[in-house]
Design a binder for this molecule. Structure first.
Ligand code: GLN
Length: 537
């Protein structure tokens, strides 16, 4: 295929309709038909990336191999497609403006007035075509964040209009995702919000080629006909997206509705083969028919909002499928854990994961959690801050360093067992300056880590500023907390574990970012296997 084809996905009526899942599901189907497909997301906010956002604002910050801090939808793209994304797959308005303003300062527009149209829109258009021009993809799906009609979405919508005009209708199409609400009092599904949102799109010069309609009830033929007529799309291009029990069901639902076929037809592309979803459906069958159930405590401070730990929750689903186990994740707020109530709170847990995080809030609860599971032989898995908490707990309770802490929480601590990395000491700016992205780790033989990974060199993704303080390494190892994985170049400790425990491992990196449907992460798989064993006992 010589020309890359483009599919733009816009959203109307409300946010949270699941544009990311629809984009990922369509991409999955196109990939399963043999098309090299990628997805990118354009977000209309002014932060240069979501790395500086509190998770309550925007959910989890997802990290790519190349160290981009990105929107959590990129996690869905990777989990569905099993193809890594990169910096180029997520662009915000902040990044667009930053780059245009930097060009202006360098004099690249010398003599000209710099304006939203054409300078911002040109920058958007260039970035929208970046992955397509790499030659690596047949089809690029672009998700436009936000809702049509928002002030901040306008430059994106205008850029899409221009690109469709430039490329021609068979090379670029628009899918509009809307809501068809059910009015219980009237007992009817309503099409008016969709009509209005399609009209708003048309006012910007964009005609939707395909409508994907989110709904809680089956959309009748009559309503499909009405939507087609009033929204000016072909009848076959009205696609129902009914609520599903799991997001992993959506590719099958879209296949039944023929979303991939309509898109290919509009793009003038052959259907090629029928999509091969064999391994996908094996996975689905496993999550729907579990043989075991385990309760996993997720100890964190953002537990009120599911999106804050998105990749961890999804990694549990992948690992559960491998173990034919339903993983009940029980979120426990770390601020509410004390020595007095912990036995009661943890009594039904078969495993405990202490979550990543920043800042002091809730850390004493996390430390208490590590102590409890260590002493009571409950499988433990610590990620990033969770791993650091296990180092503090071990130092306090087994080395007797009662003041042991991370300098992030207490800069004055007598025993900084976790401290700021050397490379961070000169860093003053907050955006994009953590130790980010993929780094190598050497695993020592005869360790739990080696048993889990089955190899000595691994690469995992990071997002942190603080680190195990190697001055305490010997003392901690002598006391039983082993550094089983270390970065070969810097000596930074990446994995800690203890022997004589059913399963106790902490990792400085974020394995959850690399777990996909096709390749569940081995750490999550082994942790769930350990929880299944723990429950049997
Ligand atoms: N706050 C810790 C650090 O910066 C842990 C970060 C995390 O959990 N992602 O090192």
């Amino acid at each position: 295929m010589n020309q890359t084809k483009y599919i733009f996905v816009t959203g109307g009526v409300t946010s949270s309709l699941g544009k990311g899942i629809i984009a990922a599901s369509l991409a999955k189907l196109l990939q399963a038909r043999g098309y090299r497909t990628t997805i990118q997301k354009f977000d209309p906010y002014l932060n240069v990336d979501p790395g500086t956002l509190n998770p309550y604002e925007h959910g989890e910050c997802y990290v790519t191999d190349d160290g981009a801090e990105t929107d959590l939808d990129l996690g869905h793209y990777e989990r569905f497609l099993n193809v890594p994304t990169s910096q180029a797959n997520n662009v915000t308005t902040g990044r667009i403006y930053l780059s245009v303003i930097e060009k202006e300062r360098r004099g690249e527009f010398l003599g000209k007035t710099v304006q939203v149209v054409p300078h911002i829109t040109n920058e958007i258009k260039d970035r929208m075509q970046l992955l397509g021009k790499s030659g690596d993809y047949d089809i690029v799906i672009t998700e436009i964040g936000g809702t049509v009609g928002d002030i901040e979405s306008l430059p994106y919508i205008e850029s899409v209009r221009q690109l469709v005009w430039d490329m021609g209708e068979n090379n670029a199409i628009v899918i509009h995702l809307t809501l068809v609400p059910y009015l219980a009092a009237a007992g009817e599904l309503k099409t008016k919000p969709t009509q209005h949102s399609v009209k708003t799109l048309m006012e910007s010069g964009i005609k939707a080629d395909i409508l994907v309609c989110r709904t809680e009830h089956e959309i009748s033929n009559e309503i499909r006909n009405k939507l087609a007529l009033f929204c000016n799309v072909k009848r076959e291009a009205v696609i129902q997206s009914i609520d599903a029990s799991t997001i992993y069901e959506v590719p099958n639902l879209m296949l039944e509705e023929g979303l991939d076929i309509v898109a290919l037809k509009k793009l003038d592309l052959p259907k090629k083969v029928a999509p091969d979803l064999k391994s996908w459906n094996t996975f689905l069958k496993r999550i729907k028919n579990p043989k075991h159930t385990v309760n996993i405590g997720l100890i964190g401070k953002y537990v009120e909002m599911q999106d804050c730990y998105k990749s961890i929750l999804e990694a549990f689903i992948h690992a559960g499928a491998t173990n034919e186990t339903k993983v009940n994740v029980i979120s426990i707020h770390s601020e509410h854990i004390h020595e007095e109530n912990i036995a009661e709170k943890f009594k039904d847990l078969d495993g405990v994961l202490v979550a990543p995080g920043f800042g002091e809030r809730g850390i004493e609860g996390k430390i208490a959690a590590v102590r409890y599971v260590r002493e009571n032989n409950i499988p433990f898995f610590g990620i990033c801050l969770g791993m650091q908490m296990s180092v503090i707990e071990y130092s306090r309770n087994l080395l007797g360093l009662s003041d042991a802490n991370s300098t992030e929480m207490n800069p004055e601590t007598v025993d900084p067992v976790v401290n700021l990395m050397e490379s961070q000491k000169t860093v003053t700016e907050k955006g994009g300056t953590m130790r980010l992205g993929a780094w190598q780790c050497e695993i020592k033989p005869n360790t739990l880590a080696y048993k889990i990974y089955g190899q000595t060199t691994i690469s995992e993704r990071h997002r942190h500023r603080y680190e195990f303080n190697n001055e305490y390494l010997t003392a901690l190892e002598d006391a039983g907390l082993k550094a089983s994985g270390v970065n070969p170049d810097t000596g930074l400790v990446e994995i800690v574990e203890i022997e004589n425990h059913p399963f106790f491992i902490g990792v400085q990196y974020h394995p959850e970012y690399k777990s996909t449907v096709v390749k569940p992460h081995p750490l999550f798989v082994s942790f769930i296997a350990a929880a299944v064993q723990a429950k049997k006992k």
